[in-house]
Write a protein that binds this ligand. Structure first.
Ligand code: SAM
Length: 257
């Protein structure tokens, strides 16, 4: 007796939708999402699509209408609740566009709860296209089977970031001039944390002094080599996830088991 194939199949496309999902809810998609389902994934009536709403969790849905410009789905069964993301913020200085886009994508995959861009004196960029950034993060979340989207903050100047830093959140300052070994500092730190990463040219002396003077700041080292900003961001995120985050509990596979 052949085994009944799993439903939805692992190959089912995954999408985040604006609408809050519930059993039997109908979701009409147009624009790029309809194009992706109809033209790229070539879904037809009855096919499965996995939907997330960044609120109730992940749902298996069935295609009920598949047109060239619109696809209508019906949510059938909730597969997983919205995940509890470890409470780590990434605070990267704005980098050249492509490098920063890579940071947004990878930080989403690695599990950052919030990405808070910061503008420092040596930043080569001082603006971020928020719509483009959110699209990149949503696509990365769909790709890595996240059920919770990271928050994206508006770029903020370093002085304002430090002035308004929330009580109770550790601010780990990645400093290529030296600090406590990051893994040990992360392991000994609180559950609510953030990692601050400098731009291509690093922080200037006045900024470094201002950060080090902040009561919640702790300088950490990511080793003896000078890493690019994007490398430092991903290295710090991975270290924290491995020591304090949800990598240390062996995680769950995308079917929730
Ligand atoms: N100012 C440096 C230079 O040009 O010599 C480079 C800065 S580095 C490209 C960008 C940022 O990555 C730094 O501001 C720091 O936050 C982080 N970083 C790079 N290497 C690091 C290390 N070994 N330890 C801690 N942070 C590091």
């Amino acid at each position: 007796m052949p085994a009944t194939p799993a439903w939805p199949p692992r190959s089912a496309p995954r999408l985040f939708v604006e609408q809050t999902l519930s059993a039997g809810a109908r979701i009409a998609l147009g624009g790029p999402q309809a194009h992706y389902l109809a033209r790229v994934m070539r879904v037809g009536e009855g096919d499965a699509v996995v939907l997330c709403d960044d609120a109730t969790g992940e749902w298996a849905a069935r295609v009920v209408e598949a047109g060239k410009r619109s696809v209508v789905l019906e949510a059938a069964e909730r597969l997983r609740a919205r995940e509890e993301v470890p409470d780590l913020w990434l605070v990267p200085a704005l980098l050249k566009k492509d490098r920063f886009h890579m940071v947004l994508e990878k930080a989403t995959e690695l599990g950052a709860a919030r990405i808070q861009p910061v503008v420092t004196r040596r930043c080569v960029a001082d603006k971020l296209n928020a719509d483009r950034a959110r699209t990149l993060m949503t696509e990365a979340a769909e790709q890595c089977a996240r059920t919770a989207l990271p928050q994206l903050g508006e770029p903020v100047k370093l002085e304002a970031l430090l002035r308004d830093w929330p009580a109770g959140r550790a601010l780990f300052f990645a400093d290529e001039l030296g600090g406590a070994p990051a893994a040990a500092a992360f392991a000994a730190g609180p559950d609510k944390a953030a990692v601050l990463i400098g731009p291509e040219g690093g922080f200037d002396d006045a900024e470094r002094a201002m950060i080090r003077a902040h009561p919640q700041a702790r300088a950490v080292s990511l080793g003896p080599r000078i890493l690019r900003g994007e490398t430092a961001a991903l290295a710090a995120l991975s270290l924290w996830m491995g020591t304090r985050g949800d990598w240390s509990d062996g995680g769950t596979d995308s079917s929730g088991k």
